[in-house]
Write a protein that binds this ligand. Sequence first.
Ligand SMILES: C[S@@+](CC[C@H](N)C(=O)[O-])C[C@H]1O[C@@H](n2cnc3c(N)ncnc32)[C@H](O)[C@@H]1O
Length: 349
Amino acid sequence: MGSKVSVNARDSSNSTNKKRPILANAFKHGNNSFDKRFNDKISADKRSVEKLSGEKRSSAPIPRLNSIKDGEPRLSASSSTADTSLLCFSTFQKGQEDRMNANHFALKVLFDGNTTDAVKDNIDFHSSSVQVLDIGCGSGSWIMDMATEYPSAQFTGIDQVALFPHDIRPANVSFRIGDVLLGLDCEDNTFDFVQMRLFSLAFTRTNWVESLKEAYRVTKPGGYIQLIEAQIRDPGDEVVRTFVEKVCSLMENNDQDPEVCEKLSAMTSEAGYKPIEDVRKVINLQTDVLKTELMYIIDISIESCKRLMFEIYDIESEEEFQELKRIYVESRMNSSESAFYCCVGQKPL
Ligand SMILES: C[S@@+](CC[C@H](N)C(=O)[O-])C[C@H]1O[C@@H](n2cnc3c(N)ncnc32)[C@H](O)[C@@H]1O
């Protein structure tokens, strides 16, 4: 990892120090009221997700990929993605572009670039015939960074929400709304390189199978896929472990896989890709050069989880939330790590 990287210092503890009694127990397991409310809540959520996905299955429209024009809706017509409304990272929440951009540059440093070495060695991104697709491109930071580095290749970013720039972008980038679970409006065998990054909170187990099948369809024979996912089961003290367990329970109840990061290679193989590279990178949150950046990302992520935090910790005020966040962020910083997994597969010729 480059020691040249400069990471901006950011203050992650903007909260009050006044403690409320309820918070003393908030991070402990046990048969208390918030655990019961939490279990009731996730059972109810599960029932509503099952109902919703049943309705969606029968009424999904034919997929179309829409170009963004002023005044058009910014969301694709339909999506069968898991109901993560209680989980964090709703793309409509304030600060999501900031989080995605911060994540992008942290991941670039962590993995020594925007693609792994195997990809760099095998794809000539300087060629004008090279086509690159970023599925779930979010704010577009990865694809714009790549397109700036490689001005000859052609880059396409697709997302079900238009968080990407409309006007200012390199000329070799186009962005569109599309839902990978409804099918991408792209010909078979189009792309030399396909990326899907940070989907673990968006996809159910079935969504992973469907989306990788769709990614495989649009990848050229001999082309590559790159997946990057964060570890969900972060180690740490009791505060961290309690939070992680609650998030994992919620994911399991949504049929989402908290261990998906460890299964990327197996899943890409299942979709037909040949495994090429599998890398795990760990960031020690006390010592790593990226620690400040990661703590900033964790801080925004917890802000995005506000609804979840109110529900599962049975809190009622902004003040309590800020105190809970402060305790969690401090525990992450003092006892935990962040890890990311990257997997590359090749579609056979
Ligand atoms: C956590 S963000 C990651 C964004 C980007 N890949 C990055 O690395 O910064 C997940 C993105 O996937 C998009 N997404 C979720 N489900 C999708 C689907 N079914 N089809 C297309 N995009 C989807 C979300 O809108 C969001 O922008």
